[in-house]
Design a protein around this ligand. Structure first.
Ligand SMILES: Nc1ncnc2c1ncn2[C@@H]1O[C@H](COP(=O)(O)OP(=O)(O)OP(=O)(O)O)[C@@H](O)[C@H]1O
Length: 361
């Protein structure tokens, strides 16, 4: 499951490298600046079409070159030996060439369906500490993989929201908005229901993982759909028209949804330490991966940059145990083998990166 083969050309400090990952744990070791995170970044490009470190392709292309190329072979589904190839070439000015199964593809949005990814890296605590956007993305990742209509509905809703906000800014009367509002309310309510259905099942799984990882806290996780669920969205949009016009944007609706996570009655990011925040985010992301495998024949690939940072020995063991039992494909980076001893299974694969050269042990 997941990545079977990966070729990188002119990506960060990697001139050319190739790897054949295993279906389970893959450990990438190397000194600071050797290129470990770059390998994860390349996989992230193949799963999401973008970096997790920069939005500028020019930073990622190997110094002195015009573009980078990534090629991968992926096994998409459990009990299915068929391989899908992905070829992605991006130039410094962000021109993109994408080929899926040898055919030219137009949209990077096709990638997540082929390689479902979850990333955990040293900045991951922002999932809990930053605004609701990241948490909405977190929820939508799961809904996208499990509800076939989600992407089309979400794309329609995004278009409608843009149109509505443009009309609000133009200072027109409500009558001009009524048509858009009707459709916006229909699509918005569908999205809110999909998210609710998903979270009703996911939240108990997250809470159980949190109880394992951080038993000293009592967690409460609540979904807020972006408006009072006892009132029809269409009625609220009409009621709030004047306010929205003053603001120049739509203040209520699914674009404002959030999940609020409290530990012992306090917002989690106000009480947990950095290591505890990392564990909480791990619990959330691992639960999503687990849920996906339980409810579909897809498997999630986990990218964990700097596995051991912020974690003491017992927490590393706990996280390793979860990852091994998940049977998911996992890529972890670490500076030294001693930091990942808990992950050393019989069939794990180990790679070493040195000055951009990738070697399997
Ligand atoms: N576009 C580029 N071309 C060439 N080299 C680059 C480019 N961008 C970054 N580098 C270099 O690539 C190296 C690898 O960085 P990377 O973040 O992958 O290292 P790492 O092994 O994860 O390090 P650490 O353990 O310190 O996190 C760095 O030394 C960096 O200076």
């Amino acid at each position: 499951m997941g990545l079977v083969k990966l070729n990188l050309t002119d990506f960060r400090n990697i001139k050319h490298a190739s790897m054949q990952p295993g279906a389970g744990i893959n450990i990438i070791l190397g000194d600071n600046g050797s290129g470990k995170s770059s390998v994860l970044e390349a996989i992230h490009y193949l799963g999401l079409g973008r970096s997790f470190r920069t939005h500028l392709t020019s930073r990622v292309v190997h110094h002195g070159e015009k573009d980078f190329t990534l090629f991968s072979e992926c096994r998409q589904r459990l009990n299915d030996d068929r391989i899908t190839t992905i070829g992605l070439k991006k130039s410094k000015n962000s021109d993109t060439e994408l080929k899926i199964a040898g055919q030219k593809a137009e949209r990077l949005a096709e990638l997540p369906g082929i390689l479902p990814l979850q990333l955990i890296h040293p900045e991951s605590f922002t999932l809990l500490s930053s605004g609701p956007k990241l948490r909405r993305q977190f929820v939508d990742w799961g809904v996208f993989h499990l509800e076939t209509d989600f992407f089309a509905t979400w794309a329609k809703l995004t278009r409608l929201l843009k149109q509505r906000n443009a009309i609000l800014k133009s200072g027109k009367r409500y009558a001009e908005l009524a048509y858009w509002d009707k459709e916006f309310a229909v699509q918005g309510t569908i999205i809110a229901q999909m998210r609710r259905r998903y979270l009703e099942q996911l939240i108990p799984i997250i809470k159980s993982a949190l109880a394992d990882f951080l038993p000293e806290y009592d967690f409460d996780i609540r979904y807020h759909q972006g408006w009072d669920r006892n009132i029809e969205l269409a009625a609220l949009l009409k009621q709030n028209f004047m306010r929205d016009q003053q603001l120049g944007y739509t203040s209520l609706g699914p674009q404002k949804a959030d999940i609020r996570i409290r530990a012992n009655g306090v917002p989690a990011h106000d009480i947990l330490s950095r290591g505890q925040l990392k564990l909480a985010v791990c619990a959330m992301r691992l639960s999503q991966g687990l849920f996906l495998s339980q409810h579909s024949n897809k498997r999630c690939t986990f990218l964990i940059d700097d596995f051991s940072s912020e974690l003491d020995d017992s927490k590393r063991k706990l996280l390793a145990q979860y990852l091994i039992e998940s049977k998911a494909q996992v890529f972890v980076t670490a500076i030294d083998k001693s930091q990942v001893t808990a992950l050393l299974t019989e069939d794990c694969k180990m790679f070493h990166v040195e000055h951009g050269k990738l070697i399997e042990f």
